[in-house]
Design a protein. Structure first.
Length: 337
C-alpha cells in the first residue's frame, strides 16, 4: 500500500471513529503501524489497494482458542433477548453470544473432535461457521487487522495466509485458493435457542480477556446507513443493512430478506436453488432463520447485512424480487458519517 493511500486511509478511519463506543472496539489507526506489512499480498486474488487497515493491527482483536463453556441452567449471565450464534454438530450443541463475538470475532473450537471456527464480523453483521480441518491440515484463524469491503480478513497461524470471512477462502499468501467448508449456523435469541436446544452449552463469560462484554460498541451501527470503510460494489434492490440469509448451491447464490419472509410464526418458505429444494423456517420474534433441505436436514447458510452479501456475490438472486434489470453500481464510497 503506497504512502499517499495509507495516509488517506488513516484520515478516513480518524474521521469515522468518532463514536466513543466504537473507539473502544476499533482503536484509531496510527500511521506508524500497517497491518498489511505483516502479510504477503503479492498473489492476492483481491485488489491489494482495496485491502485496508481496519483499526487494531494483527491480533489487536484477539481470537479465542478452545474457550470454556457452561450450561444454560447453571449460568444466567445472558438475557432472553441477547443474540447468540447457535451451532450443532456431531451431537454437540453450543451457543456463542454476539456480545462476546463483538470483541473477538473468531472462536476456534472443537465439536467432538472436529475443528470449527465460529466467525462474526460486526461491521457486516456476518455470521459464518467453518470446518477448519482439511485432510491432514488444521487451520487456526485469527484477526489480521485488515478489511476488504468492510469485511474482516483473517489469517491462519500455520502459514499466515489471508482468508476472507464471507468467501471462506484463502485470498493471499502461501495457501491462496484453499477453501473452507461452510457449516450450518443460526443467529437467534438466547431464549429461542434454549427452547430449541435445552441442553445446549453456553460460552462462558470468563474468556481470559479483560473485556466489558455488556458494552455493545455496535449498538447503533445497524440502525444507520453508515459504513466504516469503502465499499466497491453496491446493489439497490434491498436496503444497505437489511438482514438476509444467504444460500449457495454449486455456484448459484440467493438471498432471502428477513423483511420479505412471511411473518407468521414458524412459517416455512419453500424454494428451489439450482435444483436444490430448500426450506426456510423464519421466526419473526427471534429474527432467526433456519435453512434445511426438503427432508429437514440443516443446510449451510450465512446471515449478514445485504450490502456485504451483494458486494461479494454481485450476481446473487433475491427471493421475492425479479432477477433481471436490477440496479447495481461500482463505487468506492462510504455511507454518511
Amino acid at each position: 500500500m503506497n504512502t499517499v493511500f495509507r495516509s488517506f486511509v488513516s484520515l478516513l478511519v480518524l474521521l469515522m471513529c468518532t463514536s466513543s463506543s466504537l473507539e473502544a472496539q476499533r482503536a484509531i489507526f496510527v500511521e506508524e503501524t500497517y497491518a498489511d506489512e505483516d502479510f504477503d499480498l503479492s498473489n492476492s486474488e483481491l485488489p491489494s489497494w482495496e485491502i485496508i487497515p481496519g483499526g487494531p493491527g494483527k491480533d489487536g482483536i484477539p481470537a479465542l482458542m478452545d474457550p470454556e463453556f457452561t450450561t444454560a441452567k447453571s449460568d444466567k449471565w445472558l438475557t432472553d433477548e441477547d443474540r447468540v450464534v447457535g451451532v450443532t454438530l456431531n451431537g454437540v450443541t453450543k451457543a456463542y453470544p454476539v456480545k462476546v463475538l463483538n470483541y473477538h470475532e473468531v472462536i476456534n473450537d472443537d465439536f467432538a473432535g472436529e475443528r470449527v471456527a465460529i466467525t462474526y464480523s460486526p461491521l457486516c453483521g456476518s455470521v459464518m461457521a467453518y470446518q477448519t480441518e482439511d485432510r491432514n491440515q488444521t487451520w487456526e484463524l485469527a484477526v489480521s487487522g485488515l478489511v476488504y469491503n468492510n469485511n474482516t480478513l483473517y489469517f491462519d497461524r500455520e502459514t499466515e495466509s489471508l482468508w476472507s470471512q464471507v468467501l471462506g477462502r484463502a485470498v493471499a499468501g502461501p495457501v491462496a485458493g484453499a477453501q473452507l467448508q461452510l457449516l450450518p449456523a443460526t443467529l437467534t435469541t438466547w431464549a429461542e435457542w434454549q427452547e430449541r436446544y435445552p441442553r445446549t452449552l453456553l460460552l462462558a463469560k470468563e474468556t481470559g480477556h479483560n473485556r466489558n462484554y455488556d458494552l455493545d460498541a455496535y449498538a447503533h451501527y445497524s440502525t444507520t446507513d453508515r459504513l466504516m470503510f469503502p465499499l466497491n460494489h453496491s446493489d439497490d434492490r434491498l436496503e444497505l443493512k437489511e438482514r438476509v440469509i444467504g444460500v449457495e448451491v454449486d455456484g448459484v447464490y440467493k438471498a432471502y430478506s428477513y423483511k420479505l419472509l412471511p411473518a407468521n410464526a414458524h412459517f416455512v418458505t419453500t424454494d428451489v436453488v439450482n435444483g436444490q429444494n430448500i426450506k426456510i423456517e423464519f421466526l419473526p420474534e427471534a429474527q432467526a432463520a433456519y435453512v434445511t433441505d426438503a427432508d429437514g436436514n440443516p443446510l449451510p447458510s450465512a446471515s449478514m447485512y445485504w450490502f456485504s452479501w451483494s458486494a461479494f456475490h454481485p450476481d446473487t438472486e433475491v427471493h421475492g424480487l425479479p432477477n433481471e434489470g436490477f440496479p447495481t453500481q461500482m463505487s468506492m464510497t462510504i455511507g454518511a458519517l
